[in-house]
Design a protein around this ligand. Structure first.
Ligand code: ATP
Length: 344
């Protein structure tokens, strides 16, 4: 995925300070050519500032930003081979959809027939064929987002930067647009750098993701690496649900003192009478309560010692069975490979 070994984007020890705020604090990472790379983190963690550093709307206070192997300090945004899609779309309301899409070509003085042809190709790509003459006000939110995408892609940038582009859409539309964005990215094969605070979105779309916290990257990896092997308490809690196991329970689950993360869906609930298989960690407790969630149920189990462990499981037959009532003694069983040691 790295053309000639040169990453599409490289951050080398980059910081960006605003007064005393370290918005980006000594961040280093590479984005491979053609990769779908997400920057995930809570509000204020520095991801948008990183995106703006790539776009050229911000300059680093220290360190270096490279795009395709070239240091871009001092290179203005329009001379970088990147383009940005913003959450608020930033469409021109007085122009038609087609004119919005071909705007970048107009600036570059591409003749009208050629512009129109390319705008129509882009509208096909984002599944808006036939809407060339409409005004943005006559489109739905999802359609406007596609126009913004088509407009950003028409200049064939090698890197597309996307800042929470689906943030304004409702959940169903967001999920279908996630799949579409991913498929468009595969089809055109360019690098996407995607900012989001939505962990589900980052897991669903990315080849790799970086988890930001307080201007720093806590972890970079594939969705499965980050989800299954979170390195810190922060990552374990921010990316998905988790049980943080400490103190006495850590000794029983993990074997040694420390802090461990165990995903609720990795834990099985068994009756005390079931034979215990070797290689599994087990603790005993009592059912505290069950919340039926549809495809799964969330079971709270009070383990001996008083701590609560959350288990997510598919309870066929619902919550009514006698062995699922509050107070029922149970055994919690988990494969040791799903007990992840995490740094505080
Ligand atoms: P969000 O998801 O809310 O956009 P973010 O993770 O993208 O958050 P940034 O927008 O990068 O975070 O902001 C990181 C920090 O830098 C925040 O504390 C923010 O207030 C601060 N910051 C960003 N831009 C500026 C600026 N132009 N002037 C002063 N402080 C800024």
């Amino acid at each position: 995925m790295v053309a000639n070994g040169v990453p599409a984007v490289r951050f080398e020890d980059v910081s960006r300070l605003f007064g005393d705020v370290r918005a980006v604090d000594r961040v280093s990472f590479d984005v491979a050519d053609g990769e779908f790379f997400s920057m995930l983190g809570p509000s204020g963690s520095g991801k948008t500032t990183c995106l703006r550093l790539i776009a050229g709307f911000e300059q680093p206070s220290s360190g270096h930003v490279q795009v395709h192997g070239i240091n871009v300090e001092g290179v203005p945004p329009y001379e970088r081979d990147v383009n940005t899609v913003f959450q608020d779309y930033a469409l021109f309301p007085h122009m038609s959809v087609g004119e919005n899409v071909e705007y970048g070509l107009m600036i570059r003085k591409v003749p009208k027939p050629e512009r129109k042809k390319r705008a129509e190709e882009m509208l096909d790509l984002v599944k808006l064929s036939g809407l060339y003459a409409r005004k943005p006000s006559q489109l739905s939110g999802g359609q406007r987002q596609r126009v913004a995408l088509a407009r950003a892609l028409i200049n064939h940038p090698r890197v597309l930067l996307l800042d929470e582009p689906l943030g304004a859409l409702d959940l169903k539309l967001r999920e279908s647009m996630q799949a579409e964005l991913k498929s468009i990215q595969r089809q055109i094969g360019i690098t996407f750098v995607y900012v989001t605070h939505d962990q589900g979105e980052a897991l669903a779309m990315s080849d790799r993701l970086a988890v930001f916290n307080h201007g720093r990257i806590e972890q970079i990896g594939s969705p499965a690496e980050v989800y299954d092997h979170p390195k810190s308490v922060f990552v374990a809690g921010f990316v998905g649900q988790t049980n943080l196991i400490e103190r006495e329970l850590a000794l029983r689950f993990g074997g040694t003192a420390g802090t461990y993360a165990i995903r609720p869906e990795r834990i099985r609930i068994e009756p005390l009478t079931a034979p215990l298989s070797p290689g599994l960690a087990a603790v005993e407790g009592r059912i505290g309560g069950i919340t039926y969630l549809g495809s799964t149920s969330r079971v709270l189990v009070a383990v001996d010692g008083g701590e609560i462990v959350v288990v997510e499981t598919n309870l066929e037959g619902g919550t009514a069975m006698p062995d699922r009532q509050p107070g029922t003694p149970v055994r919690l069983v988990v494969d040791r490979k799903h007990i992840q040691s995490v740094a505080a």
